[in-house]
Design a protein around this ligand. Structure first.
Ligand code: SF4
Length: 377
């Protein structure tokens, strides 16, 4: 959808002979099969276009077994958008009824409105926090945080309260459509984009503050292209707001954090939205010592394992990719691994359940800010 026919053909022609970004495809390395890497996918799509191969379940498995996190394009000297090529292939597979069963079930669940999470209002009211209907700022929590990182929502609301800024939430917050876009259900992504934009517009807020990195990318760069109308509404990630508040003194740092900290860049923030400096500026203001950077950071950071919705089709590989990222974090000697996205936080935390990486605590940057501001212990 986001590649023209010419761009798609050019990308396939380039990738089918090229081994250059193979090292950036962590999942292809884990699978150890050429067909699961960028060159393999290019060759398969070329063969389909030439009528030498037809779409089938094996090809579906290949196209859904990737993090599709933007790192490949970072490595590509030709700047080919291989990730969008994969999404185009997934859309074709989904349309033909060839997407893997688990993927289809997941999509059906989203379309049916199934969500394990509470609504933002329910999460806040359990902690006796009341949002302000009609406030000018709307906090968009996202399905991921509502399902598994509700603490981040509460900590964010406590920070808003400390700064003295009112915010509202959507009583029935819909999915932004990101998972549908990633998994090939483009019609669903369109419907959800239009719906979420309407709900945001109807709220009357002029600014939407987003907690999840993928929701942020979706609302900022994809919503309008899927037909949503967010014109006139400012969309900002929570990290840039936190940076502004600490820097201006609106949010006072009362106790600097003495633990050693490293930072994981969420792909959607760092590669697609250039949100690389804000988290580091925040950490510089709230840490006692210096941030311990991993070898791969910013635009070249390795994925946490959740990219491209990989955990839906291959949770085993997503977990292995997460363990590799944890190793990189542990190599810095830090005791805390902070990230700016609740989805990365959940994926990395799940991977620590095996007992590996003892001594490394995974947390959200919002929590560190809340601790530094004396709002939580
Ligand atoms: S994305 Fe670029 S570097 Fe990777 S296989 Fe295609 S042409 Fe080569």
């Amino acid at each position: 959808m986001f590649l023209s026919d010419v761009e798609r053909t050019e990308t396939i022609k380039a990738c089918r002979h090229c081994p250059m970004c193979n090292v950036a495809d962590r999942v292809a390395q884990l699978v150890c099969r050429e067909s699961y890497g960028p060159r393999g996918r290019g060759a398969i799509l070329f063969a389909i276009d030439q009528g030498l191969l037809d779409w089938d379940e094996t090809i579906a498995d290949i196209m859904y077994t990737t993090q599709n996190d933007g790192l490949i394009q970072e490595w590509c000297v030709g700047n080919y958008d291989h990730e969008e090529l994969v999404l185009d292939a997934r859309a074709k597979l989904f349309e033909k009824g060839l997407a893997p069963e688990g993927v289809v079930k997941f999509i059906e669940g989203i379309r049916a409105g199934q969500s394990k999470g509470l609504s933002p209002e329910e999460i806040l009211s359990k902690a006796k926090i009341t949002a302000e209907p009609n406030a000018d700022i709307l906090l968009f929590c996202g399905c991921g945080p509502r399902e598994s990182e509700a603490e981040t929502i509460l900590e964010t609301s406590r920070i808003f309260d400390r700064v003295g800024i009112k915010f509202q939430v959507l009583s029935e917050e819909p999915c932004c459509g990101w998972p549908l876009y990633q998994l090939g259900d483009l019609e669903g992504a369109k419907e959800f984009s239009v719906n979420v934009a309407k709900k945001i517009k109807d709220s009357g807020a002029s600014t939407v503050v987003v907690l999840d990195a993928d929701c942020y990318r979706m609302l900022l760069t994809r919503n309008g292209r899927f037909g949503g109308d967010l014109k006139g509404i400012k969309v900002v990630p929570i990290v840039s707001l936190l940076e502004e508040w600490i820097d201006s003194g609106q949010l006072k740092v009362t106790q600097k954090i003495s633990d050693s900290v490293t930072y994981h860049d969420p792909c959607a923030f760092a590669r697609y939205c250039e949100e690389i400096d804000s988290p580091r500026k925040i950490l510089n203001m709230i840490l006692d010592g210096e941030l311990k950077e991993m070898d791969r950071t910013g635009r070249l950071a390795n994925c946490c394992g959740a990219g491209g919705m990989l955990p839906i089709h291959r949770p085993d590989l997503a977990n292995k990719a997460a363990l590799l990222r944890l190793e990189e974090a542990q190599a810095t000697g830090a005791s805390i691994l902070a990230t700016g996205c609740p989805r990365c936080q959940s994926t990395l935390t799940r991977a620590t359940s095996s007992g590996a990486h003892k001594g490394l605590r995974i947390t959200n940057l919002v929590r560190l800010v809340a601790i530094a501001a004396g709002l939580v212990e």
